[in-house]
Design a binder for this molecule. Structure first.
Ligand SMILES: N[C@@H](CCC(=O)N[C@@H](CS)C(=O)NCC(=O)O)C(=O)O
Length: 126
């Protein structure tokens, strides 16, 4: 039983780190916009924050999209910073990454879960 759990955890760690390495080695070239267009994108994204961690495949999918489309969004690592994990659980509602925190005008943030939903949200911005 303990062996099985250890093997599973180790498998995830190894798989996650291999994926992270492949991602770093194969990062696509970011697109370039003229400075006015980039400023406008930055203005729409500067308050957003992505809760994620480096070895999560769904997070890598989202951060790759961000990299390719030059979306400058703060990354909040839920494994490295316990406060980020606590916020995600207590304010977002559950511990699942990736999750995009979108501030709203009424001060109630929107917590967008699901990598495909997050990418669709980005596509509407750009
Ligand atoms: N369908 C989700 C799957 C997300 C998911 O499974 N995330 C995992 C990490 S890869 C997670 O948050 N697991 C919770 C945990 O690690 O405790 C998506 O596409 O975003």
């Amino acid at each position: 039983m303990v062996k099985k759990i250890l093997r599973r955890i180790l498998g995830r760690v190894i798989f996650g780190n291999i994926l992270r390495l492949i991602n770093i080695l194969t990062l696509p070239k970011p697109i370039t916009r003229d400075s006015e267009a980039q400023q406008s994108v930055n203005q729409q994204t500067h308050k957003l924050a992505l809760y994620q961690f480096g070895t999560c495949p769904f997070c890598i999918k989202v951060t790759r999209f961000m990299h390719k489309n030059t979306l400058n969004i703060e990354l909040r690592d839920t494994r490295k910073d316990h406060n980020h994990k606590t916020d995600l659980v207590n304010l977002g509602g559950k511990y699942q990454v990736p999750c995009l925190r979108i501030p709203q005008e009424n001060d109630k943030d929107l917590w967008l879960y699901e990598s495909d939903e997050i990418i669709s949200y980005f596509k509407k911005l750009i």
